[in-house]
Design a protein around this ligand. Structure first.
Ligand SMILES: Cc1ncc(C[n+]2csc(CCOP(=O)(O)OP(=O)(O)O)c2C)c(N)n1
Ligand SMILES: [Mg+2]
Length: 323
């Protein structure tokens, strides 16, 4: 970590939060439809992990807007995707859970909980076969670690020494179900311990997340096989826009927000990196302006044309197989 990178991470976290609040507002106004899973409170994890995992392939959960932006996708192209517009990163056909940009080695989210994990294993196998060294990172929630495909993926990735970083975002909830009701322990890294080295990190601390993911990527690049990192986080909103979050007490939410990752990074910038308060204010202003422009871009963009309905649905070869 250096000062410039710390400022960039701070900027992206502020941008991510402003983006999510704007998405919420426009959803409630009826301009966005379908599912919408907000990342508010978890920005340190989403931004710092992606910034640390340079160049490699990234597979994400459906809670992915901030991850996609941190990977370098234009906020306007993400917002337009949520609006279902033709200028969206998936041409308006994917929506919130399917932001994909192959040019950035970002394969997007998956609406099937944990569905991205075996896909990432396949990608890691391919990368090893091709002799590419950057490695693959797959992001998933605590709830996804209860699925069978997760354990199968740990098993085969470990047996084949695949260059794969399993990155678990443990916000302690799968929709409204507390993880300790459906798993025998709070920390899900325990499940990976028989198979590979595991790391635990405070997911509300961007600097710590950055350091752990950087170290993990460099280790998987050395060919020793997969690594499991678990980051403890806290989401501020309900599971999705249609969840009122009524299963968490005011006290639990208060404790959660006391660890706010943006405030923490700001403090670190001011106290450890001697950042100028004016500089941080200008980053905050730029982040809000960028989000406003993203909304304007999405609003003014055209709908996909009806003749686009069947394009980009299957690759050409797959279409031949299907027909
Ligand atoms: C295979 C499958 N089962 C159930 C669902 C319904 N579902 C959607 S999100 C979710 C919770 C997942 O929780 P977690 O993995 O912790 O991710 P988080 O939402 O906390 O980021 C469930 C059960 C689904 N989409 N796919
Ligand atoms: Mg969860």
């Amino acid at each position: 970590m250096n000062k410039l990178l710390a400022e960039d991470i701070y900027y992206l976290m502020v941008l991510g939060r402003a983006f999510e609040y704007a998405a919420k507002e426009h959803y409630l106004q009826g301009e966005i439809s379908g599912f919408l899973h907000l990342d508010i409170g978890q920005e340190a994890f989403s931004v710092a992990a992606v910034k640390a995992f340079a160049k490699g392939d990234i597979f994400s959960t459906y809670r992915e807007h901030v991850i996609a932006i941190a990977r370098g996708i234009e906020p306007g192209a993400v917002m337009a995707e949520l609006f279902g517009k033709s200028t969206g990163i998936s041409k308006g056909k994917g929506g919130s859970m399917h932001l994909t940009d192959l040019s950035r080695f970002f394969y997007g989210g998956d609406a099937i909980v944990g569905g991205q994990i075996p896909t990432a294993v396949g990608c890691a196998y391919a990368r090893k076969y091709q002799g590419r060294e950057d490695g693959v990172m797959v992001v998933f929630g605590d709830g996804a670690t209860n699925g069978g495909a997760f354990f199968e993926s740990l098993n085969i990735a470990s047996a084949q020494k695949l260059p794969l970083l399993f990155l678990c975002e443990n916000n302690q909830y799968a929709i409204g179900t507390k993880i300790t009701r459906v798993a025998p322990f709070l920390h899900q890294a325990k499940k990976a311990e028989p198979y590979m080295p595991v790391y635990e990190v405070d997911g509300m601390d961007a600097t710590a997340v950055y350091a752990v993911v950087k170290e993990a990527q460099s280790r998987i690049q050395q060919g020793h096989g997969p690594i499991f990192v678990e980051a403890m986080t806290c989401r501020y909103e309900g599971h999705s826009i249609s969840d009122a979050n009524s299963y968490r007490s005011a006290q639990e939410m208060k404790l959660c927000k006391e660890k706010d990752p943006i405030e923490r990074m700001k403090k670190e910038l001011l106290e450890s990196w001697m950042a100028e308060p004016q500089l941080l204010a200008s980053l905050e202003k730029r982040a809000q302006e960028t989000v406003d422009q993203a909304v304007a871009f999405a609003t003014q963009s055209p709908e996909p044309k009806p003749e686009e309905l069947y394009t980009d649905i299957f690759c050409k070869e797959c279409a031949n197989v299907v027909s």
